[in-house]
Design a protein around this ligand. Structure first.
Ligand SMILES: C[S@@+](CC[C@H](N)C(=O)[O-])C[C@H]1O[C@@H](n2cnc3c(N)ncnc32)[C@H](O)[C@@H]1O
Length: 263
C-alpha cells in the first residue's frame, strides 16, 4: 500500500516549509542543474502540496505531478487558484505512471523514494518517462535507514526495536538511490543547497512524537505507539529534566543531478 499523505494535508506545509531564501536557492539550483530553458518540461512523483513545484510552476514552466493523495494536491490547486499556470496533476502511483515514455526533460524526486517499498520500480518509471537527454534530480536530506537525526530520534528507534518494530524507512534512501544511479551508468553532480542543522528544544521535538507528525510515526502499529511514547516520555524526563534544553539536530538539503541516465 502506498503511504498517502491525506492525513498530513492540513499541517504538512507548517512542518516542512522552507525559508524563502532557501526555497529561492533550491529553485535556482534545480533550474541550473536541469539546464532549464523556457521550453523545459518537468515531472515530479509525489508532488504533494507543491513545496518544490510551486516556485517552478510560478515561473511559467510546464510541470506534471502525480500523487496518491488528492488532499495534498488540493492544497496545491488552492495555491494556484485564479493564476495562469501550466501545471497538470494526476492521481497516480509513482510505481505505475499513466504517462508516455520519453515525456519530460527534467524529473525531480524530492522526499519520496524513501517512502516507497518498491522504490526500484519507481526509479524505473522515472527513467522511462524521462527523455533520453533528460536530467533526473534527486533531492534528499542526509537520510539513512534509521531516520534519526537527533538523540531523541535515536532513543525512539531503540524503544521501538524493543517492541519488535523497526522504524527505519522501507524505501530507498540516499545511499541506495545514488548507488543505483551509478550502477545504471549515470554521471552525478551533487550540490549542498542549505545547511538546516539547528537547535530545537526537547519539548518541541517531543511534540512531534505526541502529535504523530511524520510518516514514519504513522506506520508504527497503534497498539505499540502509546506504550512506546510513554517510554520515550519517561526517558526524556530523566535524560533532559529541563524541557527547554536545546538539542542539536543535523540536517541539510542536497540535490543530486543524474546525467546520461535515461539515454
Ligand atoms: C514527504 S511528501 C513530499 C511532497 C513533496 N515532494 C515535497 O518535497 O514537499 C510525499 C508525498 O508523496 C506521496 N506519495 C507517497 N507514496 C506515493 C506513491 N507510491 N506514489 C505517488 N505518490 C506517493 C504522498 O501522498 C505525499 O504527498
Amino acid at each position: 500500500m502506498p503511504i498517502s499523505f491525506d492525513r498530513a494535508a492540513d499541517f504538512y506545509d507548517n512542518t516542512r516549509t522552507l525559508a524563502p531564501e532557501v526555497s529561492e536557492r533550491l529553485t535556482a539550483e534545480i533550474l541550473r542543474l536541469g539546464r532549464a530553458t523556457p521550453n523545459t518540461t518537468f515531472f515530479e512523483p509525489g508532488i504533494g502540496t507543491g513545496r518544490i513545484a510551486l516556485p517552478i510552476v510560478e515561473r511559467g514552466f510546464a510541470y506534471t505531478g502525480v500523487d496518491v493523495s488528492e488532499a495534498m494536491m488540493d492544497k496545491l490547486r488552492q495555491k494556484l487558484e485564479g493564476k495562469a499556470h501550466r501545471l497538470r496533476l494526476i492521481n497516480a502511483d509513482a510505481t505505475a505512471l499513466p504517462l508516455e515514455d520519453n515525456s519530460f526533460d527534467v524529473a525531480i524526486a524530492p522526499h519520496i523514494l524513501h517512502l516507497i517499498a518498491d522504490w526500484q520500480t519507481a526509479m524505473d518509471e522515472l527513467r522511462r518517462v524521462l527523455k533520453p537527454s533528460g536530467v533526473f534530480i534527486y533531492f534528499h536530506h542526509p537520510t539513512n535507514k534509521t531516520a534519526s537525526r537527533d538523540a531523541i530520534g535515536r532513543q525512539w528507534r531503540e524503544i521501538l526495536l524493543g517492541y519488535g518494530y523497526d522504524s527505519g524507512f522501507t524505501g530507498g534512501v540516499t545511499e541506495d538511490v545514488l548507488d543505483r544511479l551509478q550502477e545504471q551508468g549515470a554521471t552525478l553532480e551533487t550540490v549542498v543547497v542549505a545547511d538546516l542543522s539547528r537547535e530545537s528544544t526537547v519539548d518541541s521535538l517531543m511534540r512531534a512524537y505526541r502529535d504523530r507528525i511524520y510518516s514514519n510515526m504513522w506506520r508504527v502499529p497503534d497498539d505499540i505507539y502509546p506504550r512506546a511514547l510513554a517510554d520515550l516520555e519517561a526517558w526524556a524526563a530523566q535524560e533532559f529534566p529541563d524541557p527547554n534544553q536545546p538539542i542539536a539536530s543535523q540536517d541539510n538539503i542536497s540535490l543530486t543531478a543524474a546525467y546520461h541516465w535515461a539515454g
